[in-house]
Design a binder for this molecule. Structure first.
Ligand SMILES: [Zn+2]
Length: 246
């Protein structure tokens, strides 16, 4: 069987993911057990692992049920153990070998202390650390200066060709902020148009890449922790001045 990668939406804007390599499959942040099980069934696999990008309940709340239904092992970073208890610890690990699935793990604290980025076959699953056109907030156990350091030193070193697969679809909320900061950004305008075109045709937005985010997303353009912390604070206070015309 060729490797498979799939994404499914749950709640309004959460995403969960399925990785398949041969008979081995893992779910990433399967916050809605029914949606996760339907996605696995569509790919005729029984995931044996559940990996969490971070501990927040909208991503981890389905895992106890799925652990029971699938007999799966729950893997996550112990620094987020105040929200959930992983069976297997991610702290200190840069590689995960799960049967035929091999992932790279990049610890990227800030949105939460235990946030990680997961890299698999040219894709970067960014959880709530990096979004299309934005980054995670720090309102629920986060730390803006740690997030800034992770964006500069962890995300900043990764290959621009990596596809970006976030934990939420906030593209249509975030990109107008990018355009308010830089009204001439062709990258941000083009990305917003692509996302809206997908929605109008009833499809999910295509993934961006790190290179595209570096062109469109001001959180990957700031060059210092101080500038990033100020930008995060500005985004926290921001409301669109006027609707960006479709
Ligand atoms: Zn979160």
């Amino acid at each position: 069987m060729t490797p498979a990668f799939a994404r499914a939406r749950y709640r309004a804007d959460n995403y969960l993911y399925l990785l398949v390599e041969g008979d081995d499959a893992a779910l990433i942040d399967p916050g809605d057990p029914a949606v996760a099980l339907a996605l696995a069934a569509a790919h005729r696999v029984t995931p044996r692992w559940i990996i969490h990008t971070h501990g927040h309940a909208d991503h981890t709340g389905g895992s106890a049920e799925l652990r029971g239904r699938l007999g799966a092992v729950v893997i996550g970073h112990g620094a987020d153990a105040s929200w959930f208890k992983p069976d297997e610890e991610l702290a200190g690990r840069s590689e995960l070998a799960l049967g035929g699935l091999g992932l790279r793990v990049h610890h990227a604290p800030g949105h939460t202390p235990g946030s990680v980025l997961l890299e698999w076959r040219g894709r970067l699953l960014t959880g709530d650390t990096l979004f299309w056109g934005g980054c995670g907030n720090c309102r629920h156990g986060g730390d803006p200066s740690r997030l800034a350091t992770s964006l500069l030193e962890v995300v900043g070193r990764l290959d621009g060709a990596l596809e970006v697969h976030p934990g939420h679809d906030y593209a249509e909320a975030n990109l107008p902020f990018c355009l308010e900061l830089d009204p001439t950004s062709a990258a941000a305008q083009g990305r917003l148009e692509a996302v809206r075109a997908a929605r109008r045709s009833g499809e999910e937005p295509p993934p961006s890449t790190l290179a595209l985010e570096r062109s469109a997303n001001p959180f990957l353009q700031a060059r210092s922790v101080e500038a990033l912390v100020a930008l995060r604070a500005r985004r926290d206070e921001w409301t669109p001045r006027s609707p960006v015309p479709e």
